[in-house]
Ligand binder design. Structure first.
Ligand code: FAD
Length: 456
């Protein structure tokens, strides 16, 4: 990586997450010179693999891709990163609405009609989502009506049983990482549409967003991408000020680095983009938008055992629960390694409440939950690690930006519309699998294509 004090380039890219690096590579391919300015001491942003024991990489950030994540499959193949399927054999364990702990077959037998109700609501969501244009959700025929209510209010109005309503909350918070009472119903429909249908979003096998993982860890993707353009990336240079005119930009970083170019692509989440100073100031609509797009709250906690003992008991490592800190879990063992690795998700209010506790108290509460589902062996992990994303200065929450009521219909066009020579990327601006790595690639490609069109 280079470290000069003044840089000239055609295009300055802010942020060496997936979106920014994809944009930079596309610019290079088009014969333009980019430079990527990254605040952190590493690339990858919301992708963060940590090798916690020899041969055991865990994903504190992004982990899976799904069958329709075409750009990510292509990218992995091109970078030589191999993939493997998510383990999915055995039963899920449930504990919902006072049911006590139930194996999947018991749960399905007891709550058959509630699960049918859930299925019907998901089908209804798919039909409504189909009316939302991903490029301009605010122009959907019922946009104003849908943007005036929260997803939670719409769910509440469906007359669902407690089990169906609770499951719906859990799977939605599992995607958006905020309680449904904070999300615009239009935003929920937009999210569904950018991913296809609800079954693509919620299912783990046969489609779904979580079918496939990366050998060596997800960070192999940004690390190998960075290696291809390493002379174009500067680390540890937080962008603080962007001066812009009709045909040029001057970008100032903490530490004194100045980068001059003809365009800038800001490839960071909208809320962080709003913390950069702009001279002249951005239009009011853009600033008001970034004031209204908070990142969600999610964290991942990993328990590592000497073996995946739950598999021997016929469990797939997934739990779905409304008791305890984690609403969901996954078997995240590493192929070729004997350890048993189980991941618990804390999302929305759970991340806010338990994320603020000392680690030992959080770990204790999570252990109790695992023991209820998988028995006493769960009490003795060899290793524990978790990751809190709102504490990270250059992320400040995840998985992505959340649109509350009225935001899409009042400020929507400002999300992606360039301001003169300033273009916007990051997964939060994507129209395909927004919030996911696939969306980061989609957004990076879109912003780069727009800049290439302007400069050629
Ligand atoms: C816990 C967690 C789990 C996830 N799970 C999945 C998953 O399983 N599958 C999936 O597809 N996606 C998942 N995601 C989402 C995925 O990680 C993101 O969609 C994707 O990585 C976003 O990439 P990006 O480039 O748009 O943004 P980022 O990764 O946020 O990149 C932005 C970069 O800009 C830098 N930056 C910020 N401010 C400045 C500044 N002022 N100056 C310079 N640089 C700055 C940051 O350090 C960062 O490197 C998960 C995310 C998290 C956090």
């Amino acid at each position: 990586m280079v470290q000069p004090s003044t840089i000239e380039a055609d295009v300055i890219v802010v942020g060496a997450g997936l979106s920014g690096m994809i944009a930079a590579r596309k610019l290079l391919e088009a014969g333009l010179t980019p430079v990527v300015l990254e605040a952190d001491e590493r690339v990858g942003g919301r992708i963060l693999t940590q090798e916690v024991l020899p041969g055991v990489p865990v994903e504190l950030g992004a982990q899976w891709i799904g069958d329709t994540h075409e750009r990510m499959f292509r990218l992995a193949a091109e970078l030589g990163v191999e993939t493997f399927p998510q383990y999915d054999e055995g039963a899920t364990s449930y504990e919902l609405v006072g049911s006590g702990v139930l194996r999947e077959n018991e749960f399905h037998a007891r709550f058959e009609s509630e699960l049918r109700e859930l299925e019907l609501v998901l089908r209804r969501l798919d039909v409504l989502a189909d009316d939302v244009p991903v490029e301009s959700p605010w122009s959907a025929p019922r946009a104003v009506e849908w943007d005036a209510i929260t997803a939670g209010a719409w769910y509440d109005a469906q007359g669902l049983s407690p089990v169906a309503r609770t499951l719906l909350e859990i799977c939605t918070v599992g995607i958006l990482a905020v309680p449904t009472a904070e999300v615009s119903f239009l935003h929920l429909l937009f999210t569904i549409k950018t991913c296809g249908v609800t079954s693509e979003l919620f299912a783990e096998s046969e489609g779904g967003a979580q079918t496939t993982r990366f050998i060596g860890g997800t960070s192999e993707i940004p690390n190998r991408l960075a290696a291809l353009i390493s002379d174009r990336i500067v680390l540890d240079v937080p962008v603080q000020l962007i001066e812009h005119s009709a045909d040029s930009v001057t970008v100032h970083c903490r530490g004194g680095l100045v980068a001059r170019g003809r365009r800038v692509i800001v490839a960071i989440s909208p809320t962080l983009a709003g913390r950069i100073m702009y001279d002249p100031p951005l239009p009011g609509i853009r600033d008001q938008l970034t004031q209204r797009l908070p990142n969600g709250s999610a964290m991942k906690a990993f328990f590592i055992y000497d073996e995946p003992f739950w598999r021997n008991d016929g469990f797939n490592g997934q739990l779905i629960s409304d008791v305890g800190p984690a609403r969901m879990s996954n078997d995240t063992c590493i192929p070729g390694d004997d350890h048993g690795v189980i991941l618990l998700f804390l999302e929305g209010d759970q991340a806010r409440t338990y994320g603020r506790l000392p680690e030992n108290e959080r770990r204790e509460a999570l252990t109790a939950e695992l023991v209820r589902h998988y028995g006493g062996r769960a009490a003795n992990p060899e290793f524990y690690v978790d990751g809190e994303w709102s504490e990270r200065q250059w992320t400040r929450g995840c998985y992505n930006a959340n649109h509350g009521p009225h935001v899409w219909t009042t400020y929507g066009p400002a999300l992606t519309r360039p301001v003169g020579v300033i273009h916007w990327a990051s997964t939060d601006t994507a129209t395909y699998w927004s919030a996911y790595m696939e969306g980061a690639v989609d957004a990076g490609e879109r912003a780069a294509a727009a800049v290439i069109a302007e400069l050629s």
